[in-house]
Design a protein around this ligand. Structure first.
Ligand code: NAP
Length: 301
């Protein structure tokens, strides 16, 4: 049995594990595929992580990973399929193993939101992608579109504009939620066209995506469509042990404390205003501090 099991190896989970290890705790990270550092690996340029002026998400994630590795935290690569609380917290794994821990820090992050329009599922992986950084190079010299008005969409459009012949940025409003400096640099790119106050109604193709219909009736021929409209928290696994808001985020303050003693949440899965790398890292530290506090004062026996 461990003192703490950390579920998820994004910035929140990694930093929580680092803090626990440095406090002398017996901690383990459980991660389905421990190859990056969560969603940040998909960010082309993390321009707002203090101390790193120009670093990609993948590079920053690698620094995080190396730091945690060097501290000696064990990582178990396995999928958590269930969480049970009896006397202790138990993570049930796809391999059949069960990992027991006195405290659990749940930092499983979020998954990309789908548009929910006709054709989306059919052409997923056949022209429709949810990760420009992963799939962008498949569309070199081709025509693509990005949907969304947040930092991810802007980031994606900027990246694709360096690869693709044409990039449409499609957003349902005129104002962007994301960084204005990136909006301005996109406006200067000759191969980027903004399509604002409009949405994609339907996608079409034959075997592969060939284009989209906008809700104003326009038809646009495309090779690739990148959906960047936010994310959905991976909170179902702990739903019986926490309170969630209407979007599924676990209700918790920055201390990560949930309604279940010994269970803490950190990172994008919890209710918060700003979901960025820096706030995820901060969450990890705070959740670790809460777990340490809990083990000090609330330990049974
Ligand atoms: P987000 O900020 O929630 O933005 C989602 C965007 O998608 C919004 O513009 C929203 O439109 C639009 N949208 C939502 N549902 C839609 C639908 N059904 N159809 C059409 N459009 C829809 O998500 P995000 O861009 O993934 O960013 C998530 C968090 O990560 C943010 O805090 C962001 O700052 C952070 N992030 C940071 C960086 C960086 O620091 N470099 C990079 C990426 C992400 P409305 O605006 O109209 O609601």
């Amino acid at each position: 049995m461990y003192e703490t099991a950390v579920i998820g190896s994004g910035p929140a989970g990694l930093n929580a594990a680092l803090y626990l290890k440095r406090a002398g705790k017996d901690v383990i990270i459980i991660e389905k595929e421990y190859e990056g550092a969560g969603q940040i690996t998909q960010s082309i340029c993390v321009g707002n992580y203090l101390g790193f002026q120009d670093v990609s998400g993948a590079e920053l994630g690698e620094y995080f990973r190396q730091h945690v590795f060097a501290s000696g935290v064990p990582v178990l690569e396995d999928e958590v399929t269930g969480i049970i609380h009896k006397d202790i917290w138990q993570a049930v794994l796809a391999s059949g193993k069960i990992i027991g821990a006195e405290t659990l820090i749940y930092a499983a992050g979020a998954v990309p939101r789908e548009l929910g329009i006709p054709g989306e599922k059919t052409y997923r992986g056949k022209g429709i992608s949810y990760c420009a950084y992963c799939d962008g190079s498949l569309f070199r010299g081709k025509d693509t579109a990005v949907i969304g008005g947040g930092d991810t969409a802007l980031d994606d459009a900027l990246y694709l504009s360096g690869l693709c012949r044409k990039v449409y940025l499609i957003h349902r409003r005129e104002e962007f939620r994301g960084n204005n400096a990136i909006v301005e640099s996109l406006r200067k790119r000759k191969n980027v066209e903004f399509l604002l106050k409009t949405s994609v109604r339907e996608v079409y193709g034959q075997g592969r995506l060939e284009g989209i219909f906008l809700d104003d009736g326009r038809k646009i021929r495309l090779n690739g469509l990148f959906v960047a409209i936010g994310s959905i928290p991976r909170s179902d696994m702990i739903k019986d042990y926490v309170q969630r808001d209407e979007n599924g985020y676990v209700i918790a303050g920055e201390d990560g404390i949930t309604v279940s003693p010994g269970l803490f949440v950190a990172g994008d899965v919890r209710t918060k205003k700003l979901r960025q790398v820096i706030t995820a890292v901060s969450d990890g530290a705070n959740a670790a501090a809460s777990a340490i506090q809990y083990m000090k004062f609330c330990r049974k026996g």
